[in-house]
Design a protein around this ligand. Structure first.
Ligand SMILES: NC(=O)c1ccc[n+]([C@@H]2O[C@H](COP(=O)([O-])OP(=O)(O)OC[C@H]3O[C@@H](n4cnc5c(N)ncnc54)[C@H](OP(=O)(O)O)[C@@H]3O)[C@@H](O)[C@H]2O)c1
Length: 295
């Protein structure tokens, strides 16, 4: 099957290329230099020329705080870009698998968010991603949205890599302890997307609509940092873990407000047999790769 991938240079895009290497699928990948998804004519012409069987959109404007100052740029990629891909897919009669975020929720819940729960983004990034979800649903008959959260991997910029870097630069660190979510390994999410592509190839069908995909154990950023330090020390990536202090979101003001609680319920996917993400073992794998890179 021919898969059209956008966002090839991002965390998820790179993991998708890795998992597809071991598959029989023909993956055709684009970075923003090859294809700017906010350019309507360009998207239609490239997709029409390639004639894929499915589109996987891993491209996004992901600078959560910067988005507050440049909403036009965030919406151009996260809303218009998604609409452009959706229009092209609809013209070809093919489905779209699109990735969205836990930041579409306000974070006031006390139990894991279900895909059907009401949305109320707290910032421009979340609002622009929600707008993209809506465009996709309006334009496409066959689409999957996978909302995910707290993505980490050996690639790009993410919390795991930042914590390891800071641990080697500082004796003490303060990390927010009142925001809860589920770390998600981009490689596991990529594997789940590949499983969906396989299923579509075999049956011509998928459970169209909204789904959630995230790691299995909820934690706080502080708890996540503590685990990263302990494991990074075991892997020899840091000598001595810095002294870690738990602080509140109020003590660490950011341009964009984050949801306090954004644990996602991924039952609709596990019920379909899609593999989950055990983020502790995925963290080991990530740190092992990072260790090899510095050796
Ligand atoms: N990272 C997280 O913690 C997190 C959490 C929840 C949800 N998500 C969602 O998960 C998905 C994957 O995230 P990620 O962490 O892999 O993001 P990422 O590492 O920031 O990668 C996003 C990619 O999007 C591409 N892009 C940006 N603007 C573009 C444009 N106009 N046209 C084409 N490509 C463009 C960039 O391409 P170039 O590098 O080629 O410029 C970049 O490599 C996104 O939908 C994101 O919203 C992420």
């Amino acid at each position: 099957m021919r898969i059209f991938l956008t966002g090839k240079n991002g965390q998820l895009g790179r993991c998708l290329q890795d998992v597809c290497l071991a598959s029989k699928h023909d993956l055709i990948s684009y970075g923003s230099d090859d294809l700017d998804i906010s350019q309507t004519d360009q998207v239609l012409s490239v997709v029409t020329e390639v004639k894929p069987d499915i589109i996987v959109n891993a491209a996004a404007y992901t600078a959560v705080d910067k988005a507050e100052d440049e909403p036009d740029k965030a919406y151009a990629v996260n809303e218009l870009g998604v609409e452009n891909l959706a229009q092209a897919a609809q013209q070809l009669g093919i489905p779209v698998i699109h990735v969205s975020t836990d930041y579409v929720f306000d974070g006031d819940s006390v139990e894991p968010y279900k895909p059907s729960d009401p949305t109320a983004p707290q910032g421009v990034y979340g609002a622009s991603k929600l707008a993209g979800e809506k465009r996709l649903a309006q334009v496409c008959t066959q689409y999957i949205v996978l909302r995910t959260a707290w993505v980490f991997s050996e690639y790009g910029n993410n919390f795991v890599k930042t914590m390891v870097r800071l641990a080697n630069q500082r004796d003490s660190l303060s990390v927010v302890a009142d925001q809860y979510g589920c770390p998600t390994y981009a490689g596991d999410l990529a594997q789940a997307i590949l499983q969906l592509c396989d299923q579509y190839q075999q049956t011509g069908e998928l459970a169209w609509g909204m789904h959630h995909y995230c790691g299995d154990l909820p934690t706080s950023w502080h708890g996540f940092a503590r685990t990263i330090f302990a494991k990074a020390e075991q892997f020899g990536l840091i000598q001595t873990p810095p002294q870690l202090t738990a602080i509140s979101s109020a003590q660490y003001p950011t341009s964009a407000k984050r949801p306090e609680y954004s644990v996602l319920d991924m039952a609709t996917l596990t019920n379909l047999g899609v593999s989950g993400c055990h983020w502790l073992s995925a963290l080991d794998k990530t740190l092992e790769i990072l260790k090899k890179e510095v050796q």
